[in-house]
Each structure stands twice: as structure tokens, then as C-alpha cells.
Write a protein that binds this ligand. Structure first.
Ligand code: ZN
Length: 134
């Protein structure tokens, strides 16, 4: 079902400072930036092999990333797995008794279709499932 780690999402307070640190410090380079209004975030993607780091800065204190940073500080927010089909992956998760955040896929960055599985079902890690749009 899972093909690879698509990206690791890291919540940051200051996107520009974070992009600088990850590029100047670690030698990664940003190849894509996107604002996802639905999630109230600005994102920057930095490829690492066949995966990416996704840096996320909240546009609003009441968005999911804003709340996360307020409560837990900066850090790893989620891991995203690429799947062939988000709907069937969600059905498999539900069948296995995992708590879903999304019952239906929604639009994510890069024009992909994404859905989240609740961290309480996966040892405290928020998992994003992502599918390339046909
Ligand atoms: Zn993500």
C-alpha cells in the first residue's frame, strides 16, 4: 500500500529562517513553495533523495500548525506516505480500527490528494497519506 516516504513535515515559527538553516546548514535546496489556505500554512519543500522535507509556518494562530507550535513548540509535525490510492488506503486504515481525521481525501500541496490518520492510532505520530492526482 505504501510506496515511500513522500515527505516529513516540520512545524516552524519562521519559514524564511528555517529555509536558510536547512539550505545553508544542511545543503538542501528549496524547489517548491506553496500556501495551502485550507490548512492556513505557508510551506517550503526541500528534496532529500526521493523524499522531501516540508517546512510549515502557520498563517494564523488558530490553524493546525499554529496550535501545534503553541502547544508543543517547533518540531516534527507529521510523516507523509505516498500511496497509490488514498481512498483505498483510508478504507484499509478504518478496517484496521485506526482513527481517521479525514474520511474523504482533500487537496494538499503539489496538487496531490491527501488525508490524515489520527496520531492516537499510530503511536503519537500524525500520518498523512498522499496520492498523485491522475
Ligand atoms: Zn505534509
Amino acid at each position: 500500500m505504501i510506496r515511500r516516504i513522500d515527505h516529513i513535515g516540520i512545524a516552524v515559527r519562521d519559514l524564511e529562517a528555517a529555509v536558510r538553516a536547512y539550505s545553508e546548514g544542511l545543503g538542501l535546496s528549496c524547489d517548491h513553495r506553496e500556501t495551502v489556505e485550507d490548512q492556513k500554512v505557508r510551506t517550503a519543500f526541500l528534496p532529500v533523495g526521493e523524499s522531501r522535507v516540508e517546512l510549515l509556518e502557520s498563517l494564523s494562530p488558530d490553524g493546525p500548525i499554529g496550535k501545534f507550535v503553541e502547544k508543543r513548540g517547533e518540531g516534527i509535525h507529521h510523516i507523509c506516505f505516498e500511496v497509490a490510492d488514498v481512498r483505498s488506503a483510508l478504507a484499509a486504515c478504518e478496517k484496521a480500527g485506526l482513527a481517521l481525521i479525514d474520511r474523504e481525501p482533500r487537496p494538499g500541496a503539489h496538487g496531490k490528494l491527501v488525508a490524515f490518520v489520527h496520531p492516537k492510532s499510530l503511536n503519537g505520530v500524525l500520518i498523512e497519506l498522499s496520492q498523485e492526482r491522475p
